[in-house]
Design a protein around this ligand. Structure first.
Ligand code: 5GP
Ligand code: ZN
Length: 114
């Protein structure tokens, strides 16, 4: 049976530097940060990506964004600004098939992304 890395992190079976968690979402530091502050927010429930957010599951996005904003505040990013990224699928470079929101900040972020 295959396992999902972010399910394992959310359940505590694989270690990560968790900055916040509640019943539905877990926020932890990216192991390979792309900015001075790089937090990943995941739903505890396994959803493979944005394409699955249809019908009633759309509501998961509200909580995900809210948890991301909370992480940005906790990281002190709110005054200077920050960026949310959700990569979906191969063209966007999604490498872990469990929905996750990147919260990036702590330096000026170039636009457009590559
Ligand atoms: P994606 O490329 O799918 O949008 O983002 C996946 C992210 O997960 C990458 O930024 C990568 O650095 C991060 N990542 C991969 N493996 C691990 C891990 O074992 N622990 C943590 N904390 N982050 C990971
Ligand atoms: Zn998963």
């Amino acid at each position: 049976m295959s396992t999902c890395l972010f399910c394992e992190i959310a359940s505590g079976r694989i270690k990560a530097e968790i900055i916040h968690q509640d019943d539905d979402y877990v926020a932890f530091r990216d192991v390979n940060p792309k900015a001075p502050s790089h937090v990943l927010v995941v739903p505890r429930r396994h959803i493979s990506g944005l394409n699955e957010l249809v019908g009633p599951d759309c509501g998961l996005a509200d909580g995900l964004l809210g948890a991301g904003v909370a992480a940005a505040h906790a990281e002190g990013l709110a005054p200077g600004g920050y960026r949310f990224v959700i990569n979906c699928g191969e063209d966007a470079g999604q490498s872990v098939a469990h929905l996750h929101l990147h919260v990036l900040g702590g330096r000026p972020l170039a636009w457009p992304p590559g």
